[in-house]
Design a protein around this ligand. Structure first.
Ligand SMILES: C[S@@+](CC[C@H](N)C(=O)[O-])C[C@H]1O[C@@H](n2cnc3c(N)ncnc32)[C@H](O)[C@@H]1O
Length: 206
């Protein structure tokens, strides 16, 4: 597993909170569920969802898409599996896999989706490089991610309190995801602020 001990730690933390995840996230979900739906409305073809968690996005994919959804936490995947059964979704396949080391060929997917994932991938640039590798050259990466604020007070404050969410459930609140996308080789990047300059909708192309 890439990222060694740190990856193992984050994986265990997500497994530890899997049963409570939807409850903890409920207030955020009320604000952002509509954004998930908007993000996925026009998705087509073969889709990879990274860090599927409990499967909050799964009902929003158009029925004709073929979705492979991965997560490195088996407990989160169990939750997503139950959702698939409950909702009778026949277009989604779940796989346990680390985003930093994907078991897919180059240029396999038309669309890649990540929502609130790159706060916790231990080696984010490595993960994004892998996604770029498996994304078709004309494909799109669709993201809703929270990032470190560029504001004078908010940014340093986020750095200061980052160890707490990192310890509790493996998420960093001060990631530089747009810069990481560029470092990983995505060149055409559009961003839209959804909440201050912290929560962003991002569309990135190789
Ligand atoms: C904050 S949750 C978000 C879940 C879901 N995408 C959502 O929007 O509710 C982050 C998820 O990413 C997964 N994750 C983090 N790093 C990962 C990695 N390197 N490979 C695969 N999954 C990862 C975690 O296990 C967790 O389920």
């Amino acid at each position: 597993m890439k990222g060694g001990l740190q990856t193992e730690k984050v994986r265990k933390r997500y497994s530890r909170i899997a049963g409570l995840y939807d409850l903890i996230e409920a207030p955020m979900e009320r604000a952002f569920a509509g954004r998930r739906q908007e993000l996925l409305a026009g998705v087509a073809g073969r889709v990879l969802e990274v860090g599927v968690g409990t499967g909050k996005n799964l009902t929003y994919y158009p029925a004709e898409t073929e979705v492979t959804a991965i997560d490195f936490s088996p407990k989160m995947l169990e939750r997503a599996g139950r959702k698939i059964e409950r909702e009778g979704l026949s277009n989604v396949e779940l796989r346990e896999m680390d985003a930093q080391q994907l078991d897919f060929c180059d240029n396999s997917f038309d669309t890649i989706v990540s929502t609130c994932v790159f706060c916790s991938v231990p080696l984010p640039v490595q993960g994004l490089r892998e996604l770029r590798r498996v994304l078709k050259p004309e494909g799109r990466m669709l993201m809703i991610e929270h990032v470190r604020s560029k504001k004078l007070l908010a940014g340093p404050l986020m750095d200061l309190i980052n160890p707490l969410p990192l310890y509790l459930y493996g998420a960093n609140i001060n990631r530089h995801t747009l810069e990481n996308l560029r470092t990983a080789g995505f060149t055409r990047i559009e961003e839209e602020n959804l909440w201050g300059d912290i929560v962003k909708r991002i569309v990135a192309r190789p």
